[in-house]
Write a protein that binds this ligand. Structure first.
Ligand SMILES: C[S@@+](CC[C@H](N)C(=O)[O-])C[C@H]1O[C@@H](n2cnc3c(N)ncnc32)[C@H](O)[C@@H]1O
Length: 318
């Protein structure tokens, strides 16, 4: 039945959506047989034991045997690029996509029903251009994920933009210089999460800004965090605020210098990180420790709601 008040889609669009009734849109043939939601979803979550959270495991994330099924609320990651970075193996496209698919299948197992998976990825090369993001989307849908959308990360504000534009000022063979990456967003089983008694931590202005599909902020300096391909903490911080509640468990299966873990910790969530490179695991652990020493120092100057968090962390350290 149609809603009596509110907007509907029209041939000329609507200026503002107020109590928008999307029933006619989703009834169209385009959407037939596309509702892959699990109709009998059981929202039961397994808890993660205290000795597993707020840790980085130095191992291959294809087997995260420490984690029980249905126990992680949000996964944020940027996978290895397989382009010759220090940590990269020289895998064929088939082997590379298989590695990612194996890890994302394992993530599917550990996510709670309604849990979210966010994959930051850039496309590669020019001859031909390799649309990794579209390969990953296909594999994620095959695993069973529901796609929520994609964010274009506009990183053009970063220093040192590429000058590899091909034939200069000529139609002979100009090449595009990518100043963007993708953040692909998926859910397991259902789009919504059961909030129960959990707390949101996003402000009104942040919500207005982060729900737009283009994000602008600069890239992170590899030198500064001592990792060849870090993302800035702004990226996981936005996703954590938008897609998780306070106290949730956030997982990064390719955690590198620990950017996701650090952001999770600062935003009063628990983190779990995996990386198969010992040196990066150490860098991540030290980075979190260093930031937290600073954070706890600030707490003494400015007691606020953060105080509760200090107490919680102290308790977890026992
Ligand atoms: C693009 S980097 C992630 C960088 C991270 N987002 C950061 O901000 O530092 C990918 C990471 O995946 C790790 N890696 C590659 N293969 C892996 C595997 N099979 N299991 C776990 N980690 C792996 C690499 O060591 C590398 O640190």
């Amino acid at each position: 039945m149609l809603k009596k008040t509110g907007t509907q889609m029209s041939s000329f669009g609507v200026s503002k959506r107020v109590n928008h009734d999307s029933t006619p849109f989703y009834s169209r043939a385009l959407y037939h047989n596309t509702d892959f939601r699990d109709k009998d979803i059981d929202y039961t979550e397994s808890s993660v034991s205290e000795d597993i959270v707020d840790k980085i495991f130095c191992q291959d994330s294809r087997d995260m045997y420490q984690l029980s099924d249905n126990s992680v609320h949000l996964m944020i990651t940027s996978p290895p690029y397989n382009v010759g970075k220090d940590y990269d193996e020289n895998l064929s496209m088939k082997e590379y996509l298989k590695l990612l698919k194996d890890v994302f299948t394992e993530i599917y197992r550990v996510l709670v029903p309604g849990g979210r998976a966010c994959v930051n990825i850039a496309n590669l090369g020019r001859k031909p251009y390799i649309p990794l993001h579209s390969f990953i989307i296909s594999d994620m849908l095959e695993i069973g994920y529901l796609m929520r959308g994609e964010i274009i990360w506009d990183k053009s504000a970063s220093a040192g933009t590429s000058t590899a534009w091909g034939s200069w000022q000529s139609a002979s063979n100009p090449t595009l210089r990518d100043v963007h990456e993708y953040i692909l967003i998926f859910s397991k089983g259902d789009y919504k999460r059961d909030k129960k008694n959990k707390k949101d931590t996003i402000t009104k202005d942040e919500f207005m800004k982060y729900t737009k599909s283009v994000w602008q902020f600069p890239a992170e300096s590899a030198k500064k965090v001592k990792h060849p391909a870090p993302f800035p903490t702004e990226l996981p911080s936005r996703l954590i605020k938008l897609y998780s509640f306070q106290g949730d468990v956030i997982l990064d299966p390719f955690c590198g210098s620990g950017s996701t873990c650090l952001s999770a910790s600062k935003l009063e969530r628990h983190y779990i990180g995996y990386d198969n490179n010992k040196e990066y695991c150490k860098i991540a652990q030290e980075r979190i420790k260093r930031e937290f020493a600073q954070f706890e120092f600030l707490l003494h100057e400015k007691p606020s709601s953060q105080y509760k968090y200090e107490k919680k962390r102290t308790k977890n350290k026992k």
